[in-house]
Ligand binder design. Structure first.
Ligand code: PXG
Length: 460
């Protein structure tokens, strides 16, 4: 057997034995996979010793940056003391207790109970069951339907992918599960036409409420949404959208689930994204930034309204995962949250590095090929277009976004492409100097992509 100590050997073995997520592995194998070998702060290192600015915090998760020894040490100590024990059968352990209490401190006052999972997908599957169980306990078992949105992303398990609004996922493997409906997304640039963003936000909120009324609110258990759609392309909704929708949901007695997997834990300059959107959720989905991705961990935050009913009327909740409240994952999360608090990272994003990067990022929209450039906290996107006045799109086959993603990687910056929208979500510890580097690399990527589009006759 070959040893795996060269890039080529790793690529060959990867091609031989590894099926990648969200990837056409046949095409990947033909081109050769990138190999990332180490990371520190906001920088990745690859097998060719290139230093790459991680503009995506891994996959929207490494909020406190790479290589934090405080987390490594906390996990090591926990593994030495108690690597594993379950939280079923009337037992608990110190790190899951401490994390539960810590979460009750950093979440809004009406969140005091938490259930642990291994991922965002598992958390959403859990909430799907819990929301419906809540209505069963309230003697309204007919409230079963969960409303989600086109372009929303909620995970890859069967229920989470059904909640997600990606037809490409639904068409593989026989989804959607029953009782899931999809409402339109508040994507002003793509769909707002001549309306102002505010008028468009109102229109989409009202369309959603009309859909609920057509279904019958008495049949709708809950609605799920990301404060800002992440994997759907960083869609920052017009300011009118969430408050109107949240009020309508309350009037109809429909639970609201804020999927905070990307927007939570400081990403938007608030502890949780919904806090800036004028909604008051009954559940929050958590993962990613809860442990900054050092160890897989998901959680469900359960509001007092729901928790009180579960505790007063509920039976055994017949649900749970082997790794619910895994000691090492909880230890990673505790150390991670302690870093966020002691370094005041939420405030740093809200008052300092967020506004600093936003000003420079939004200025990218001056380029003839950039239709809009948006950012809130440290989550942003810009849209490539052949004609910014007409807000038109490149043909899909032109693969502008994927071309730009390659230019970006090759020039030392990770940006993710969602169609022809380039998105970033850098670690919250980004410095001003690193922000300047990110911007100058993004400008270079835009110029290279523009030259590519012009030379292929793609500009309008
Ligand atoms: N909710 C949201 C809002 C997410 O972004 C999940 C739930 C599911 O979490 P898990 O831990 O089960 O993956 C996510 C995950 C991408 C990409 O390409 C985004 C996610 C996952 C994979 C790829 O942007 N987000």
């Amino acid at each position: 057997m070959n040893s795996l100590n060269t890039k080529h050997a790793l690529q060959q073995a990867d091609a031989a034995h590894h099926i990648h997520p969200f990837t056409n592995t046949r095409e990947l194998n033909a081109r050769g996979v990138r190999v990332i070998t180490s990371a520190k702060g906001v920088y990745l290192q690859d097998a060719d010793n290139n230093q790459i600015l991680d503009g995506m915090s891994g996959l929207w998760c490494v909020n406190v940056g790479h290589g934090r020894m405080e987390i490594v040490d906390a996990v090591t100590k926990q593994l030495e003391k108690l690597a594993y024990y379950n939280t079923f059968f009337n037992t608990t352990h110190p790190s899951v207790v401490e994390l539960s209490r810590l979460l009750s401190e950093v979440t809004p006052a009406n969140f005091n109970h938490f259930h642990f999972t291994g991922s965002g997908s598992e958390s959403n599957d859990t909430i799907f069951r819990l929301a419906r169980y809540y209505w069963e306990l309230m003697d309204k078992p007919e409230k079963k339907i969960v409303l989600a949105r086109r372009g929303g992303y909620h995970g890859s398990t069967v229920t989470a992918a059904s909640l997600g609004g990606f037809p490409s996922m639904h068409k593989q493997g026989g989804m959607v599960v029953p009782d899931v409906f999809h409402a339109p997304a508040p994507s002003w640039w793509a769909e707002g036409g001549d309306l102002t963003p505010e008028a468009f936000g109102l229109r989409v909120a009202h369309q959603t409420l009309e859909l609920i009324d057509a279904i019958g609110a008495h049949r709708v258990a809950a609605m799920i949404g990301e404060p800002i759609m992440g994997a759907g392309g960083v869609i920052i909704p017009p300011a009118t959208y969430w408050p109107t929708l949240a009020k309508g949901l309350k009037e109809r007695d429909i639970l609201f689930i804020s999927d905070e997997v990307i927007c939570g834990f400081g990403r938007t300059g608030h502890w949780f994204g919904h806090e800036m959107m004028g909604t008051s959720p009954d559940f929050m989905t958590m993962a990613k930034g809860i442990s900054s991705g050092y160890i897989p961990l998901g959680a469900v935050a359960i509001s007092d309204r729901v928790a009180n009913v579960l505790l007063e009327k509920g039976d055994e909740f017949a649900h749970g995962f082997t790794y619910s409240g895994h000691p090492a994952a909880c230890a990673a999360a505790i150390a991670n949250l302690n870093i966020m608090r002691s370094e005041r990272l939420v405030e740093y994003v809200r008052d300092d590095i967020g506004p600093y990067l936003q000003a420079k990022w939004k200025a990218l929209a001056a380029h003839p090929m950039v239709g809009e450039a948006v950012m809130e906290g440290l989550i942003g996107a810009f849209q490539f277009t052949p004609d910014k006045n007409a807000r038109s799109f490149f043909p899909e086959e032109a693969k502008i976004g994927l071309t730009a993603r390659d230019f970006s990687f090759d020039n030392g910056l990770v940006m993710r492409a969602v169609g022809d929208r380039m998105v970033i979500a850098p670690p919250l510890v980004l410095t001003r100097q690193e922000a300047d580097e990110l911007i100058s690399k993004a400008e270079k990527v835009i110029d290279l992509t523009y030259a590519h589009a012009r030379s292929h006759g793609l500009m309008g």
